[in-house]
Design a protein around this ligand. Sequence first.
Ligand SMILES: [Zn+2]
Length: 148
Amino acid sequence: MNRSPLKRRKSLREYSQAKMLREGRKGHQGLKAVPMEKRGGMFDRPRKALKKQSVARAKDMRLYYEEVRVWLNEPAHRACAICLCLGETPRASTEVHHSRGRIGRLLRYQPFWIPSCRPCREIPHNRPAWAREVGLLCPASEWNVFPR
Ligand SMILES: [Zn+2]
């Protein structure tokens, strides 16, 4: 059989430009500086994506993960406390359950940390009444509130 090689008639860029023309779009314009005289006011700056996380929080997270690694390795925190509350043979803990939330300073505040295995992670949040009964979850009014 005589086959001619497959060939693009246009480059990918030409395809996408033709598509944008059909749809009446001008294409990606990226960050565009607005001349000073055209700006509405001091808040009308060139658009920029919002930061996903503040620099301070990113630093906190770094310290947190390091502290978690050490904490989970301490003998008292090696077994999953949630497995124990369920009356099961505890699996090894691999994460921290925050019994009072993890906003702000609570993230790294160890008195409210509870060692948990991966499978138990969601249980206190799925069964809050039970979790409060056995002390895995704070009262609703204290959730995400740092103690005074
Ligand atoms: Zn567990």
